[in-house]
Design a protein around this ligand. Structure first.
Ligand SMILES: [Zn+2]
Length: 78
């Protein structure tokens, strides 16, 4: 299964990798929206792919301050 490199998490500066199926990668490469191509994924996993923010970091950041995080949907294929 292809591994997708997530953007760097703005909270902990870690970069996570997520496994995708070939079909999911193909759908993304065909320009399908993440929300549609990966609609069967848990929301927090899609969030990690789009923003790099881990679910626990999201909570930490919400607890601190609402920092502006760009939701530009960029991702790097390995
Ligand atoms: Zn994090």
């Amino acid at each position: 299964m292809p591994l997708i490199l997530c953007p760097r998490c703005p909270n902990c500066r870690e970069q996570s990798k997520l496994e995708m199926t070939d079909e999911e990668v193909a759908a993304m490469n065909a320009g399908q929206l993440i929300q549609i191509a990966l609609e069967h994924w848990p929301a927090e996993q899609r969030e990690m792919l789009i923003t790099g923010i881990h679910p626990k970091c999201w909570e930490e950041m919400m607890a601190e301050d609402d920092d502006d995080t760009p939701l530009d949907g960029r991702m790097d294929l390995l």
